[in-house]
Design a protein around this ligand. Structure first.
Ligand code: ZN
Length: 355
């Protein structure tokens, strides 16, 4: 566990203009002695840090599908806030992966999503200074998904939605899904695209063996495919007001964006949909979480998409990182404004969080 003294010690080693103060009190579910948590301050400005990539499960919704929570950290309790304090995350945008209801028939999917969104809203309502919620939707039934998003945002106060990188083999750019994108654009809310693996590749056996390739490679590949279709099929031209964030820093797309432009120059016959911009330019209107792990990875992501498009992602409770805040504070070459934007300012605007 990291103590506050250690956090303050790290702060003195951080870049000039950055300091931590300990004036915040943690919210505790019990009446035990409150523990002070280190706050992040950049150049004298307190920054509310926001993690856009934070998973949870609602056990009652899983039960509707005959399933149980397999990873206890997914159930929200006081421990979650303790870890957020240790990692200096002020607010998590909680969301739920749709892989367990994507294939459910319409009525069951409607029940699961309704229960899930209501329970998620309840959690956020009890601790509004630490959690906001991204709704679940039944994307396999796009008209229902649009209604669910409207209900979740307007009645339950959720701030957007999480969708997979495809749904049962249907690409996110498929015209069948236009009603959902139209609703998300109309409501002006964030859609977080989180991959659900690449089942087609898994079926081929090519991702078997050591290395957890279904996740290591399969997840970023799924996001890369999803974002590429949204660009190349003209979905982002059709719905220019969409606010979309790609998980895991958008997969491989930002690290190889120029190839998309070069393809259309090299083989214009392969680019059958006329776009309003160069393919790589759409990256500057998308958002990406910061899950690239190294300062060089973050520097390159900033160079490709702009600091204004990057938000913190931890993937909690999966133990990919405990240092998402330090990652942004310690990457050389960023301005204070860049750091403030990435740590929480941009995510707060996207999620309607008061700063
Ligand atoms: Zn995740």
């Amino acid at each position: 566990m990291t103590t506050r003294r250690e956090l303050l010690g790290q702060a003195t080693g951080a870049l000039a203009g950055i300091a931590f103060t300990g004036c915040g009190l943690t919210h505790t579910a019990s009446a035990q002695t409150p523990v002070r948590r280190a706050e992040v301050v950049v150049n004298g400005k307190r920054v509310k840090t926001v993690d856009i990539h934070a998973h949870c499960h609602i056990p009652e919704a899983l039960e509707l599908m005959g399933q149980k929570v397999r990873f206890p950290g997914l159930v929200i309790g006081p421990d979650r806030i303790k870890v957020m304090d240790e990692q200096r995350i002020d607010i998590e945008a909680l969301s739920i992966n749709p892989n367990f209801w994507d294939k459910a028939e319409r009525d069951l999917a409607a029940q699961v999503v309704k229960l899930q969104n209501e329970k998620l809203a309840e959690i956020c309502g009890k601790t509004p200074d630490r959690f906001v919620g991204l709704a679940s939707v039944a994307l396999a039934h796009p008209d229902l998904a649009a209604e669910q998003l409207q209900e979740a945002v307007k009645r339950l106060g959720l701030r957007g939605a999480l969708v997979g990188g495809s749904v049962n083999g249907t690409e996110l750019s498929d015209p069948k899904l236009h009603p959902f994108w139209a609703k998300a654009e109309e409501l002006g809310v964030l859609v977080f695209i989180h991959p659900q693996g690449t089942p087609e590749l898994e079926a081929s056996g090519r991702l078997k063996g050591s290395g957890g390739l279904t996740n290591t490679i399969g997840n970023p590949l799924e996001t890369t495919i999803a974002l590429s279709h949204l660009i190349f099929e003209g979905t982002l031209d059709r719905f220019p007001g969409l606010k979309i964030c790609g998980a895991h820093a958008g997969g491989y797309l930002p690290s190889y964006a120029a190839r998309s432009d070069q393809m259309c120059l090299n083989r214009p016959d392969q680019c059958s949909v006329a776009l309003k911009k160069q393919p790589s330019e759409y990256l500057k209107q998308l958002y990406f979480d910061s899950m690239v792990f190294t300062p060089e990875g973050l520097r390159h992501l900033v160079a490709e998409v702009g600091a204004s498009q990057i938000v913190i992602g931890t993937d909690y409770p999966f133990p990919w990182t405990k240092t998402a805040v330090d990652h942004i504070l310690d990457t050389p070459g960023l301005s204070d404004a860049d750091r403030v934007a990435m740590l929480g300012e941009t995510a707060s605007k996207l999620l309607g969080i008061k700063t």
